[in-house]
Design a protein around this ligand. Structure first.
Ligand SMILES: [Zn+2]
Length: 258
């Protein structure tokens, strides 16, 4: 017996193909199975892109970038269909987001963030391959910063906020698709703010009062909760937690008519 990994965790068990006169021949047992698999794959490839809504052949996209985790990847990692264009557009911003998160002083005590920083990030900095460090270094200066342990003297500098926003808004769009099975339309406004743990804790009683969806999570690197407006389901609020220490709040506002 042999297992063939065909599509996103779908395993088909069949007999080994027979070998006859040096030619590989599919057995009668495998042919009908392959026919069914072809039908399934054809249906799978005619999906909707979770990000832009295009219908067609899709790839499988990890909503929470894989680079935010250490190996082995968590089993509950979220995946959605994505067109090739959206999939390719994502990867560069993912690395930027990773470097932003694991370099942050707040995440320095988190085991996974620490490991990624001391291996992946420092290695790409040494090779001058980290876009974040290239933009950060010229403006880096020592500054008093409020962080978890109090006030510390740390390096501060300029970052490309647009890339971080793009990566986070994409996460929100992917999660929305995974939860509601539809994509957030183009005519939405997005906004991002960072919340301190204290701000979130102060807001928590209100969240409990009005209710929220979640928590949703992937491994130890990511958790989130969300709310949506009853009469405008694309108007949403998200609290994204990375490494149990960084809380980023994303709002999407649906413009009904444009
Ligand atoms: Zn797309």
């Amino acid at each position: 017996m042999r297992a063939f990994l065909l599509w996103d965790g779908l395993f088909i068990f069949g007999l080994e193909p027979k070998i006859s006169n040096g030619t590989q021949v599919l057995s009668l047992v495998i042919r009908p199975i392959l026919k069914v698999v072809c039908i399934i794959m054809k249906q799978k490839t005619q999906e909707q892109c979770a990000y832009c809504g295009k219908i067609g052949k899709m790839t499988i996209e990890h909503v929470i970038p894989q680079c935010l985790f250490t190996k082995p990847l968590p089993l509950d990692i979220v995946k959605v269909p994505a067109c090739e264009q959206c999939n390719n557009a994502k990867s560069a911003d993912d690395s930027y987001l990773r470097d932003y998160l694991v370099t942050d002083a707040s995440a320095s005590e988190h085991k996974t963030a620490r490991k990624i920083f001391t291996t992946k990030v420092l290695s790409s900095v040494r090779k001058n391959k980290s876009d974040l460090w290239r933009s950060f270094a010229p403006s880096a200066h020592l500054s008093l910063v409020h962080c978890r342990g109090g006030i510390s003297l740390l390096y501060a500098g300029n970052l490309d906020g647009e890339r971080i926003e793009r990566a986070l808004y994409r996460i929100v769009r992917g999660l929305y698709y995974r939860i509601f099975q539809q994509h957030i339309p183009e005519n939405c406004n997005y906004s991002l703010t960072r919340w301190s743990p204290q701000e979130f804790n102060e807001f928590l009683p209100l969240l409990h009062k009005f209710g929220f969806n979640g928590p949703y999570g992937c491994g130890d690197a990511f958790k989130c909760i969300m709310q949506f407006a009853d009469k405008s389901p694309f108007t949403t609020a998200w609290w994204l937690f990375f490494y149990d220490s960084i809380c980023l709040h994303v709002l999407t506002e649906h413009k009904e008519s444009e």
